[in-house]
Write a protein that binds this ligand. Sequence first.
Ligand code: KG4
Ligand code: ZN
Length: 333
Amino acid sequence: MYILGIESSCDETSASVVECSDGFFEIKSNIIASQIETHRLYGGVVPEIASRAHTEVISKITYEALETASVGLRDIGCVAVTTHPGLIGALLVGVNFAKSLAFANGIPCVSVNHIHGHVAAAYLSEPGLKPPFLAVVVSGGHTSIFSADTYCDFAEIGTTRDDAAGEAFDKIGRVIGLPYPGGAAMDKLAYEGDPKAFALPNPALSGGLDFSFSGIKTAALNLINSSKQKNEEINRGDLAASFTFAVVNGICEQTEKAVLKTGMKTLVLAGGVAANSHLRRELGKLCERLKVRLVCPPISLCGDNGAMIAAAGYFEFKAGKFSDTSLNARACD
Ligand code: KG4
Ligand code: ZN
């Protein structure tokens, strides 16, 4: 069956047609309209501007997705839309559009949790992947470890108590003059420095599987400020490398504990920060040592996109979790 996935939770408007069946997914189209250039002027996402920009392109993007996939609305078996969590105004654009399109055309509509969507990107790249598995979701808004017990039920076994890893990358990137969002630029810059140059706090909290990124963020900001006070230029490569080293080590540390605690044999890495080359490499080494299968979706499917929402929506559809016209968006989980 063909599923139309619609995503608008933050600063990407995306629509995708995915052909779905058990154990097989084929992306027929995955159109993404990024607002990054617009928000870059402000150094971060401006929620009101994001909502307006989604409104301007959502219809065009959706019809482009159908056309690229060479299908019509009559071929779509289900419309899947991100309903939560995210920016409420941005989500409302996608939800209202998807709902109107689905109900006006007699197509079933399902609600998708954005985080479940990120995890479902793994089904698109790894045919035959089945729960249970562990999922480490690292994005601009979330950093959590889940026990994905079934296709639709996830138990959060560790999470950040404050900032998300992506948010921390973006903040430090911005302060050292990298363009928004700083994550990808920090990734590259980290190759130019010494990861041991600065000792930064470990974001892995002891005694459990939680994280805290506020301490490492503040410590990095303090280093930058004290250099400025001394009229010195901080070595940006060293800072990016040390920051990345600490973040990646912290995520690996909690992941190792989660693997040992649950005995899971498969690990999925998902979310925008899953594109980080250092994280992919180090988790790869960890999984090899622990003899765990690591599934990392390709970089093109790590950021927000409609195809991951369609894949997650397939399982909601199969579980019969259809929405009616009261379907609404919500900012939180
Ligand atoms: O999942 P996503 O597209 O949006 C949210 O759901 O938040 O994640 C976006 C985040 C941003 O913070 C961005 O800087 C970060 O993912 N990111 C990266 C990399 N590519 C994107 N962070 C570190 N290294 C990267 N290569
Ligand atoms: Zn996301």
